[in-house]
Design a protein around this ligand. Sequence first.
Ligand code: EPZ
Length: 448
Amino acid sequence: MADAKPFYWEDRPEPVAPEVFTIEGGRPLSGTVPISGAKNAALKLMAAATLTGERCRFTNVPEIEDVRVMAETLRDLGVVVDHPEPNVYEVASGDVEWLFVPLEAAAKMRASFMLLGPLLSRFGRVIISNPGGDRIGRRPVDLHVDAMRAMGAQIDYRNGYFFATAPGRLRGSEVRFPTVTVMGTENAILAATLAEGHSVIRPAAREPETDDLIAFLRKMGADVERTYADTIEVNGKRRLRGAEHAVIPDRIEAGTFVVAAAVTGGTVRLERAPCDHLGAFLEIAERVGVGITCGTDTIDVDGTPLLDGGYRAADVETAPYPGLATDLQPPTGVLLSQATGTSNVHETIFEDRLEWLGELRKMGADVRLIDEHHAAIAGPSRLSGAEVEIGDLRAGASLMLAALAATGTTTIHGAHHVHRGYENIQRKFQDLGARIERRAEGTPVTTS
Ligand code: EPZ
């Protein structure tokens, strides 16, 4: 296996060039779309593999930019990362020489901060960049740092870097968070798996991706368990072994394609789709009037009620799982723009995640931003093609949904942001009958 060359990627992915999507809307989508593995599970699983020197193998890994950046960040630490075929990554952290996660990695992807827990717990020290905020919020990492300190780590902050050491071994401890934090919970779990003694983490995130991480850690021999809905307990071990794991399907990608069918008046089947991970979102979609039928691992979406004005407004509020995922708030916003009446949106998790609605307004949506956590969307709005700009991954996918629903042609700048978290999104939409062109920023449109 050592001489296996990565399937079709160079060892160091090229910086992503700015891109544009041109979308001709107004066509009902139809057909079948396969849902890929979950970004927010795959990244943590790859970080968890650094807890052992043995080889770990991951299947159903999404072919997305964030995964490539995580692979690159691990290779920079001296970890061997193989990519023998599409959607398969192998990680072997035998000789980690360089316990330093630079600003470049953090700037490209916040989840690089998930290396704090495992590297500190296994090697007793790491220097890691503060990932800082992004377009959706301030996003401090103070709760991650507090959790490590609760387990006995010494952490100093200088010039944008955390200098973390754990003299001897981390100690099992009670980690109490003032608010639910997904990656904070996951970083604490990873650190606790090799710490000395017993740890209790609460309120712990209940996200399916966190449970996928726990399932993998148990295969590595870790003693970690969700003992109550919001409590995770860990008994630290001296060492863990390599293991193989298939990444769970991406519920955020699935929700995005549910809205794609719904706002184009189409009929689409999602395959490998995690219905049971989408409870709150599907409940809202049905309340609005979208036809939803769940199979074992399929979701059939009937968007035809749109065609006779059959969608009803609904008030929505994001919350930690099992509430409505904040990552599905933007796609849900596009759906609500097609519903009759006024819907109130309460974004409780991030303080800048409603700003993207300004771009949707350019397409004719009737949106009122009340404050950083509240907006009102009145409908149904006839969306029309426009020139818009993407600021982040989920807003980007949502502007694609609006463009598919709109009459005329929409030009979306910053399309490359979407590749961070959606595998082959353009081709998947094309396979459902959408008219989308992707090109580098600054190159002319090729009219078909
Ligand atoms: C994870 O981010 C996801 N990212 C996010 O998905 C998702 O939106 C978020 O969870 C909530 O579901 C990944 O898994 C890679 P949090 P995370 O810590 O863990 C505050 C996407 O589009 N907080 O649960 O960073 C924080 O500011 C991304 O795929 C602190 O104050 O989110 C927020 O208000 C976007 N201090 C709240 O807690 C901390 O130390 C919840 O954030 C940590 C968090």
